[in-house]
Ligand binder design. Structure first.
Ligand SMILES: NC(=O)c1ccc[n+]([C@@H]2O[C@H](COP(=O)([O-])OP(=O)(O)OC[C@H]3O[C@@H](n4cnc5c(N)ncnc54)[C@H](OP(=O)(O)O)[C@@H]3O)[C@@H](O)[C@H]2O)c1
Length: 291
């Protein structure tokens, strides 16, 4: 297949490039292709002629989005409109990666694909705007919602936890944010299987099972031989982050499962990630905030 990936140099972009080995792939990074530049995006899509555009370019800094919601809408909403219009013109299908943060967390069980989104922070609102554009401008689209990404090539939650544990000797993590940690390697494999099928619509793809931030950190510590580090429970309110996150936003993968596309339990993926990072001797960069 010919596949163009926007935001192709981010953590999921790199995992997708690896999963698409053997396919014809163009994966421009932010500096090469800014998705808010309509002329450049149109030209990139027309020039490469992809069958599918995997649109993952996004401003993913939740605190930044909260402080500057207009910019969030510009990159995550308008940028997605521009990419979807370019796909429509060029006759390409689109796979848009969205987020569990489109849900408000009021449902006490995992969200199904057809549940009504109701985001409670600026990042979630901007990603939902992107979803709406994709659904209104294209017939051949996949919207793939996922959650809590981590993977090779970027210092993300597991590396921050290990680093903070070593530096501080104790941790404080929230218990009122529950979702599914998802390894980019597993998600990328699932996305590559999905784009081979003309089964358009909304999908929920994350590693299976769910946990709180505290439980996720505890499992990282256990797998890293740091289970002796005390982890104090806290709440979002006590922690004082400048944004709200849904208390419970785990995703139920119903539609993907019908196609035989399912991701393994999050604990298994995490164990493999930590094992492979250790063998790659991936040194973690310093981090101070672990939520
Ligand atoms: N991370 C998560 O936990 C999570 C959870 C659910 C869904 N998602 C979604 O999954 C996708 C991939 O996320 P990720 O974790 O791989 O994030 P990431 O590493 O931050 O990748 C996003 C990429 O988009 C690029 N980008 C930002 N603004 C852009 C613009 N205007 N034009 C072109 N590229 C731009 C970024 O480049 P710069 O860094 O150079 O700006 C970055 O390389 C995103 O769509 C995100 O919303 C992420």
């Amino acid at each position: 297949m010919r596949v163009l990936i926007t935001g192709g140099q981010g953590q999921l972009g790199r995992a997708l490039q690896a999963a698409l080995a053997g396919h014809e792939v163009s994966a421009p990074g932010h500096a090469e292709l800014d998705v808010t530049d309509a002329g450049k995006v149109r030209e990139a899509v027309r020039g490469f002629g992809p069958e599918v555009v995997i649109h993952i370019a996004a401003w993913t800094d939740t605190a930044g989005c909260e402080a500057d919601p207009a910019r969030a809408l510009q990159v995550n909403g308008e940028g997605t409109r521009i990419a979807a219009e370019a796909c429509a013109r060029a006759g390409a299908a689109m796979l848009y990666v969205s987020t569990n943060e489109v849900f408000d967390g009021e449902k006490a069980e995992p969200y199904h694909e057809e549940d009504e989104p109701n985001p409670i922070n600026a990042y979630g609102r901007s990603k939902l705007e992107g979803e709406r554009y994709v659904q209104s401008l294209l017939e051949r689209y996949y919207v793939v919602r996922t959650s809590w990404l981590y993977g090779p090539g970027r210092v993300s939650f597991p590396e921050k936890i290990v680093q903070a544990a070593r530096e501080q000797g104790q941790l404080r993590l929230v218990t009122d944010e529950v979702a599914s940690p998802t390894w980019t390697v597993d998600l990328a494999g699932a996305v590559v299987r999905l784009i081979q099928k003309p089964a358009w619509g909304v999908y929920h793809l994350s590693n299976s099972g769910y946990c709180s931030r505290l439980e996720w950190a505890a499992e990282i510590l256990r797998l890293s031989g740091l289970e002796g580090i005390p982890v104090e429970p806290t709440t979002q309110r006590e922690f004082g982050a400048p944004y709200r996150k849904a208390a419970f936003s785990a995703l139920a993968n119903v539609r993907g499962a019908r196609l035989g596309i399912e991701l393994r339990p999050w604990q298994e993926a995490l164990a493999e990630h930590l094992q492979t990072s250790r063998s790659d001797s991936g040194a973690a960069a310093p981090a101070t905030q672990v939520n």
